[in-house]
Every structure is written in structure tokens, then in C-alpha cells.
Design a protein around this ligand. Structure first.
Ligand code: PLP
Length: 483
């Protein structure tokens, strides 16, 4: 009987709102914390994706199961073979072992389910987002006309920034499109693909990207000056210059002050992709790496990277809030209206998404619980551990480093006894990473740098110490010798 079914599900909903149900979930997570945190057990699964896929190869459940059974499946089928980011030898990609209070806050965000597009749908989260954006603008050095929005991450933040820059370069673009002679976007050789993707998405076309070569893995500012001179002499309009603060490959910081001055002197929009490195603003020691960031017209900043928030928490800041408003000329009378000044608060008029999670709550909780200084100290610790790894590698005869770390990312290469040629070393490094990660002892990444295949670490775990980085290097050396 349909009515019985409805009553049954309502009873299940009620049961799942109990402390017992919440405790069952909390216990699951706490057990995971305990196991991963102490470095017991493997960092990652040894099972192939196709094998893991078999356990999910089942028809859609038409009947529900007891919560205990669902939790048991989460434990065995999901958690057991997930990457353990809390493991101190998990030093792979730019994803965090999240700050614990922000993990619990995820449940609060989901429970309240406030959409921050419209202030009437999020009476507390909307003013909170305005306040947190203001805090971040203050860190940058933007004045009262600045604004911003949370985003799903750096990709959306950079897309939105370039959308805003496009509206300034082509004021009638919303109605008439980009036309036959779109402007140029200038970026560094090591810019994240979010930049080129956005340029194509925005209809500018990838052939209108001008790539500036790097020197020491960061934008060569002399080459930028020459690029801008060349474009001016060709009478090409420049829509934006994108600088990177904390590049994906090496964690290097472009010279924002020099790039910003060049942009200012020519009236150009500087966008700073600080998805990875803008969090250095919280570090008393490292904020100097961002000198000149206040010259930016827009900034992408991912708290889900070096502020150690769980996915997703991205941020876009703009020097003039009106730039964001002009970027989206959306009319939606069913959503946005002028009642009692609501429009000034509604973030939906300034952001890409319609329904949007109140991710700002976990950012706010991070500041409340750990403080800007506490988070800055964690940032410093990650950089210190990376520096320690650099020193261990430098002293090791079988490895060479490709750069001194400027943040928590480091690229290096296995070189063995020096007898292998470049091509053989490429193969050796690729195989070494596969074998090491497959062993479960640690987890690192790889990239191509200067035409060479290299190994790469991103230290995201505040519990990764000098001992662990030694263990990682020793483990790699052992694996290279054949295990
Ligand atoms: C410099 C830089 N920009 C942008 C991104 C993209 O950020 P997200 O994955 O949050 O969209 C990354 C991430 O990996 C990055 O390192």
C-alpha cells in the first residue's frame, strides 16, 4: 500500500534525525581519523578501479536498508579504499585533510540547506558571506568598494573574473557577443588550465591567448613587457593579464608587484590566480610573497587548498564590487527583487551559480575556531615540512630537486647513479611513482617540467613532519632499488 510505504519512510526519516543515528556517522568518521592520522595502514588502496567498480555494480535499491547496514557499506566499500589524506605520508595533490571543526560544519550546512543566491533564502549566511568577503578583502588591502563571492573553487573564480573583465573590455557583450575581433588574454606559461578553459568558454577563443614564458618557473616580467608592447604595436586590445600566485606545478609566486605596475601603467586588468597561494596572506612570514596583490582587479583564492577546508570552498574577490554586478546582467524577477534593499545583499546577482551551498559557514567556523593566526601557523608548518623535504632530497645522491620550494609544492627527480639518459630517467620516474604509490607506503604525484618527467609532492597535512619526509624519500629510494 502506498500509504504504508509513506508512513514507513517518515518513520525512517525520524529515526535518522536521532542522536543515535548522528553518533553512528560520527563514530565512522572518528575511526577513520584515528586510523589514518597515526600513519597506520596504507595511504591508498592497492585495488584497481575496475575491481572497486564491481562492488558498486548493483541495481538501484528499490527498498531501503537499516541505517547500520548502510553505514557498514560506507565503511567497507567507501572508506576502506579511499585515499587517506590524514595519513602523514599522503603528499599528493592540493586537497586537504580538512580542519576537523569544518568537517562537522558540513553537516550544519547540509542540515540548514540555505541557498546564498538570495538573502531571503539565507538570512544569516548571506550577511555572513558579505562579512567574510570583507575580511578577505581587508587582508588583500582592497578598500570599501571591493566585493566578492564564494565559488565552487578556483576554476569558477577565474572564469567569473574573466567574465567580469570581458564585460569591461566589450561593454555590449551580454547582448551582442564577443564580435569578430575579440581581445587578448595574457597569462604565464605555467598558468592553470582554468585560464585557457575560461577563455574558450567565454567565446574569446584559445588563439587569443598570449602565453608569456617563465623564468625560474614564474612569469618572466621582461617577457611580459615585451608581449604587451608587441600587442600594442599590433593594435590588439588586452582583456586581462593573469598572474599566478602559487603555481600548480611548483607552487611558485609570480612577481605581482612588477606585473601589477605594468598593468596599471597601461590601464590593464590584472587577475591573480591565487587559488593555491593567496592563503599566504594569513602567514606573517610569507605574506610578502604576495607583495602587490592589492594592484589586482580580481583574485581567485581557494580556502579548500591551503586554508585546509573541505571541498568545496572557493572565493573570488574583486576590487570593485560593481565589476561583478556588471558581469551578470541577469534579470530574474521571480528571484531577485528590490524589496527593502534586498538586492544589495543578494549574492546571486554577483555569482555564477543559482542555488548555492552556504560554504561560507565553514570558512567562518574555521576563523572562529582556529583564528587567522592559527591557520597562518598551519600554512607556515606546511611550507617548513616542504623545505625539510627539499633539504633531505638535496643531500641524497639518487635525487635532484628542480627548484627551492616557495610554498608547499616541490618537484624533484630520481637520477639514480647518473648512468641513465634523459629518456630512461623519464620512464624510471614514471615507474617509480606507480610502484611507490601502489605499495601504499606513501602517495606522491608527477608532472612534466622543462620537458622532463618529474616527481612532485604537495604537503597538505599539518602532521607531516621531518620524520615523515625522510620516510618518503627513503621509501622512494628503496622502491627505486627494487623494493
Ligand atoms: C593555481 C591554480 N589555479 C586554479 C586551480 C583550480 O582550482 P579548483 O580545482 O578549485 O577549481 C588550481 C587547482 O588545482 C590551481 O592550482
Amino acid at each position: 500500500m502506498p500509504d504504508d510505504r509513506h508512513a514507513l519512510v517518515i518513520a525512517e526519516l525520524d529515526a535518522d534525525m536521532s542522536t543515535a543515528a548522528a553518533s553512528a556517522f560520527a563514530t565512522l568518521i572518528i575511526d577513520y581519523f584515528k586510523e589514518a592520522r597515526d600513519g597506520r595502514g596504507p595511504v591508498s588502496t592497492s585495488l584497481a578501479t575496475s575491481l572497486i567498480a564491481e562492488r558498486f555494480d548493483e541495481p538501484m535499491p528499490m527498498e531501503g536498508a537499516p541505517l547500520a547496514a548502510v553505514i557498514a557499506r560506507l565503511q567497507h566499500d567507501v572508506i576502506a579504499d579511499s585515499n587517506r589524506l590524514f595519513h602523514p605520508r599522503a603528499v599528493g595533490h592540493q586537497v586537504s585533510p580538512p580542519l576537523p571543526a569544518t568537517i562537522w560544519t558540513e553537516s550544519v550546512i547540509a542540515a540548514l540547506n540555505q541557498s546564498v543566491a538570495v538573502s531571503e533564502m539565507s538570512p544569516t549566511a548571506t550577511p555572513m558571506e558579505h562579512r567574510v568577503v570583507r575580511w578577505m578583502c581587508d587582508l588583500v588591502g582592497f578598500d570599501g568598494s571591493a566585493g566578492g563571492t564564494l565559488t565552487s573553487g578556483g576554476t569558477e573564480a577565474t572564469f567569473t573574473a574573466l567574465l567580469a573583465a570581458r564585460s569591461v573590455a566589450i561593454p555590449d557583450v551580454w547582448s551582442n557577443g564577443v564580435g569578430e575581433d575579440p581581445p587578448v588574454v595574457v597569462c604565464g606559461e605555467h598558468a592553470h588550465y582554468a585560464v585557457s578553459r575560461a577563455v574558450s568558454e567565454l567565446g574569446i577563443g584559445s588563439r587569443n591567448i598570449s602565453v608569456v614564458p617563465s623564468r625560474d618557473w614564474k612569469m618572466d616580467t621582461d617577457a611580459l613587457r615585451k608581449t604587451l608592447d608587441d600587442l600594442a604595436s599590433q593594435r590588439r586590445r588586452v582583456m586581462a593579464v593573469v598572474a599566478t600566485a602559487g603555481s600548480t606545478a611548483t607552487g611558485s609566486f609570480d612577481d605581482l608587484d612588477a606585473i601589477g605596475q605594468l598593468c596599471e601603467s597601461r590601464g590593464l586588468w590584472m587577475h591573480v590566480d591565487g587559488a593555491h597561494g593567496a592563503s599566504a596572506l594569513l602567514s606573517a612570514r610569507d605574506r610578502a610573497r604576495l607583495k602587490g596583490i592589492e594592484r589586482a582587479r580580481s583574485i581567485a583564492w581557494d580556502p579548500h587548498k591551503m586554508m585546509l577546508l573541505p571541498l568545496s570552498a572557493g572565493l573570488l574577490l574583486v576590487r570593485h564590487e560593481r565589476d561583478l554586478e556588471n558581469a551578470f546582467s541577469q534579470r530574474a524577477p521571480y528571484l531577485f527583487h528590490d524589496a527593502e534593499g534586498a538586492r544589495a545583499w543578494d549574492q546571486g546577482t554577483r555569482s555564477f551559480q543559482c542555488s548555492r551551498r552556504a560554504d561560507v559557514i565553514k570558512l567562518w567556523v574555521a576563523f572562529q575556531r582556529y583564528g587567522a593566526r592559527g591557520i597562518g601557523a598551519l600554512y607556515d608548518g606546511l611550507c617548513d615540512a616542504t623545505r625539510a623535504m627539499y633539504e633531505v632530497l638535496q643531500a641524497h645522491p639518487s635525487f635532484e630537486t628542480l627548484h627551492a620550494p616557495e610554498s608547499n609544492i616541490l618537484c624533484f627527480r630520481f637520477v639514480g647513479d647518473g648512468s641513465l639518459g634523459d629518456g630512461q630517467l623519464d620512464v624510471a620516474n614514471r615507474d617509480l611513482r606507480e610502484r611507490y604509490n601502489g605499495s601504499g607506503a606513501g602517495w606522491i604525484t608527477a608532472t612534466t617540467l622543462g620537458g622532463q618527467r618529474v616527481l612532485r609532492v604537495t604537503i597538505m597535512n599539518p602532521r607531516t613532519t621531518v620524520r615523515h619526509v625522510r620516510e618518503i624519500v627513503d621509501g622512494l629510494a628503496r622502491e627505486a632499488r627494487g623494493g
